[in-house]
Design a protein around this ligand. Structure first.
Ligand SMILES: NCc1[nH]cc(CCC(=O)O)c1CC(=O)O
Ligand SMILES: [Mg+2]
Length: 331
């Protein structure tokens, strides 16, 4: 008998695989994943996104194929983002509320092919439609104006709901837009269309590859710091989230993901609402680049990052790794 021994040996429960499985506190399943997809014009088109290795833009038929793939993998929801050709972009982004725009055609095609077997989440913000790449309307000084932008976002949201979107996800960070969109959905007879608010969205350096993917990167002058949040702020994120819940959001999002796990945790603790994380394009690209550079095993790296979101309190994660993660989880 040794003179001293630990009373508690936490290693005991870690000794075997069955015991580790039995003591695991959080689980990740394909139902936790939302798959973001980029849409392009045409038929039979697949266009790889250079800055997002493994991610492509798809024409509408390809989006339908990806939606069917998601269903087979157990992924409950896709998020759609259009790459609008330059000739359809304008200063006022009016293509956003054209009922025949690329987004609406994709929504309808997925709905026709898949019925209610998959959720369709649509992003509300003007950047895929503006010639200046900002999320809203500009005044003469180049400032993104709030209230006039909200009026256009409402039209955009209703347009998406009419095409068949299930979840409207405003990513614009204008003040008051959740309330206006909720009211318009109620009055427009879309009471069951959800709102997932990008409530705490930061002015992040991690969005670069996404802007390439939707074609707004080269157009954007300046930054989005007058509406997206300062990465230094946490209390302010809780105020943003409180407002969006109050205005009628069904769920809230924190974006980007990994650098903001503290915000996810605080939001879950403070409000107990469904919280989602957006693991954004730059985060995806860093994992792929790191794995390619020999930092570690790619699948292990991506799964470790995804479980962190669950542990921090997320109900789910928007991630470009969704199909690969689902395949790994399905074994
Ligand atoms: N408002 C548009 C929008 N919606 C989602 C993302 C980023 C997603 C990603 O990087 O994967 C952005 C970019 C931005 O705000 O500039
Ligand atoms: Mg807000």
């Amino acid at each position: 008998m040794p003179a001293a021994y630990p009373n508690t040996r936490l290693r005991r429960t870690r000794a075997t695989a069955w015991s580790r499985a039995m003591h695991r506190e959080t689980v990740l399943t394909p139902a936790d994943l939302i798959w973001p997809l980029f849409i392009i014009e045409g038929q039979g088109q697949e266009e790889p996104v250079g800055s997002l290795p493994g991610v492509s833009r798809w024409s509408v038929d390809g989006i339908v194929a990806r939606a069917k793939e998601a269903i087979d993998l157990g992924i409950p929801c896709i998020a759609l983002f259009p790459n609008t050709p330059p000739e359809k972009r304008s200063d006022d982004g009016k293509e956003a509320y054209d009922p025949d725009n690329l987004m609406c055609r994709a929504i309808k095609a997925v709905r026709d092919a898949c019925g209610n077997d998959i959720g369709i989440l649509t992003d509300v913000a003007l950047d895929p439609y503006t010639s200046h790449g900002q999320d809203g309307l500009l005044d003469d000084a180049g400032y993104v104006v709030n209230d006039d932008t909200v009026a256009v976002l409402v039209d955009q949201a209703i347009n998406q709901a009419q095409a068949g979107a299930d979840i409207i996800a405003p990513s614009d960070m204008m003040d008051g837009r959740v309330k206006s969109i909720r009211m318009a959905l109620e009055m427009g007879e879309h009471p069951n269309v959800q709102i997932m608010a990008y409530a705490a969205k930061y002015a992040s350096a991690f969005y670069g590859p996404f802007r390439d993917a939707v074609g707004s990167g080269g157009l954007l002058k300046g930054d989005k710091k007058s509406y997206q949040m300062d990465p230094a702020n946490g209390d302010e994120a809780l105020r943003e989230i409180a407002l969006d819940i109050d205005e009628g959001a069904d769920s809230v999002m924190v974006k980007p993901g990994l650098a903001y796990l503290d915000i996810i945790w605080r939001a879950k603790e403070a409000f107990g609402v469904p919280v989602f994380a957006y693991q954004v394009s730059g985060e995806y690209a860093l994992i792929e680049a790191g794995a390619a550079a020999g930092v570690g095993d790619r699948n292990a790296l991506l799964m470790e990052k995804l479980i962190a979101f669950k542990r921090a309190g997320c109900s789910g994660v928007l991630t470009y790794h969704a199909p690969d993660a689902a395949r790994l989880l399905n074994g």
